[in-house]
Design a protein around this ligand. Structure first.
Ligand code: PLP
Length: 392
């Protein structure tokens, strides 16, 4: 029987046993509503305080700047649309700047604002997916009230010069949000140094469960809620708190902080090995930054020209290796990843993308085996692909 090797940690991660252990009491016995005045409520409220403080230590901020949310998508939507509502109510201007390779959780709210009459500038990226700070400065207008640039890209692994970008916004007094969903446990996040106004993370990307996220909001930065209710999370994310999941993200944040240095160096060495082995296959090319230090630790993304990304994923799965692709098939038509085409990769190659994302639980042996299996899949698919192409 094949024991699958999971190399899709940018999509989601396994919930850690320490996290499950921390959560169980809040499902089994301490299930009170944190808003209740009696002992069950007080116990739960205390757990909420502890989780908030653990997450604040991961980001190096004040616990009061941490808001628990339903996921990364909600955090990004609140950061953008919630800020837009505040901007409109205070005549701060209806121009937003973002970039062309953001996750749909940022592009979606940007499109929504566009439909409401906002002007949106989508900054271009270079061939490695980098936003230029000079381009950001040039794009600023008198009515720019929101900037949203991701910290690191999920598909091609690019780490943006986020401190420089946030610095430009700070100098100009403009609200700056960053989607840092791919970052915890892989790179340090210190909001006392990087002057973002708000920042999103999501539990399931760093070994907490799905369905819980965080929005960091710097003190004195105003956002309006998207939904209204009982006032939990100081009114920004109302609704009875998902206590067990919040305890889970708190514990995961604590572990991510404690283990960052070890995790980073372990991911880097496995990433370097995998890159070397896959790039040795004839025709295979990296997408995103070639220089490893500019990529998310553990993240490898390639194109295998002449192949189909979804077919690569399925063939790799048959061999027992779980990876993903940025290309997709919609209504029978192959659609290239827009992130790859934004970096200048021709559509024909962009449908041939594969993303391999190593996580904390992947061993050296697994990565070694996966490299052999993936190299075999890429090679045979390329030969098959070339034959198919040469016939037409
Ligand atoms: N932003 C980025 C960069 C992501 O990779 C993801 C998830 O894939 C999200 C946002 C959305 O997070 P969630 O799945 O928690 O809604």
């Amino acid at each position: 029987m094949i024991v699958p090797i999971y190399l899709d940690n940018s999509a989601t991660t396994k919930v850690r046993s320490e996290v499950v252990e921390a959560m169980i009491p809040y499902l089994a016995s301490e299930w009170g509503n944190p808003s209740s005045l009696h002992r069950f409520g007080r116990q739960s409220a205390q757990a909420l305080v502890e989780a908030r403080s653990r997450v604040s230590r991961l980001l190096n901020c004040d616990p009061e700047e941490i808001f628990f949310s339903p996921c990364g998508t909600y955090s990004n939507n609140t950061a953008i649309v919630g800020r837009a509502r505040f901007a409109e109510a205070n005549d701060l201007g209806k121009h937003m700047i973002t970039c062309s390779i953001e996750h749909p959780a940022v592009l979606g709210p940007a499109k929504h604002l566009e439909a409401l009459g906002w002007r949106i500038t989508y900054l271009p990226v270079d061939s490695e997916g980098l936003v230029s700070p000079a381009d950001l400065s040039k794009a600023l207008q008198s009515d720019t009230s929101i900037i949203s640039i991701m910290w690191a890209n999920n598909e091609i692994g690019t780490i943006q010069p986020i401190d420089q970008l946030a610095g430009i916004a700070e100098e100009s007094g403009i609200y700056f949000h960053t989607d840092a969903v791919q970052v915890p446990g892989k790179l340090p996040i210190d909001v006392s140094q990087v002057k973002v106004s708000s920042l999103s993370i999501s539990g399931h990307k760093f070994h907490a469960p799905k369905g819980v996220g965080v929005l960091y909001v710097r003190k004195n930065v105003n956002l309006m809620p998207l939904v209204y209710g009982g006032g939990q999370e100081r009114g920004l994310f109302p609704g009875t708190e998902a206590l067990a999941s919040i305890v889970g993200i708190g514990r995961a944040a604590e572990l991510a902080r404690e283990e960052l240095t070890d995790n980073l160096s372990s991911l880097r060495s496995k990433q370097a090995q995998l890159m070397k082995r896959l790039l040795a296959v004839d025709g295979v090319r990296m997408t995103g930054p070639v220089e490893i230090e500019r990529r998310l630790p553990g993240h490898v993304s390639v194109v295998v020209p002449g192949c189909d990304g979804e077919a690569l994923v399925l063939k790799a799965d048959l061999k027992g290796v779980c990876i993903s692709s940025g290309s997709a098939c919609h209504k029978g038509i192959k659609e290239p990843s827009q992130i790859l085409t934004a970096t200048g990769i021709p559509a024909g190659d962009a449908i041939a993308s594969a993303r391999i994302s190593i996580g904390r639980f992947n061993t050296d042996k697994e990565c070694d085996q996966a490299a052999d299996l993936l190299a075999g899949v890429f090679q045979s698919s390329r030969q098959g692909g070339s034959r198919a192409l040469s016939k037409s």
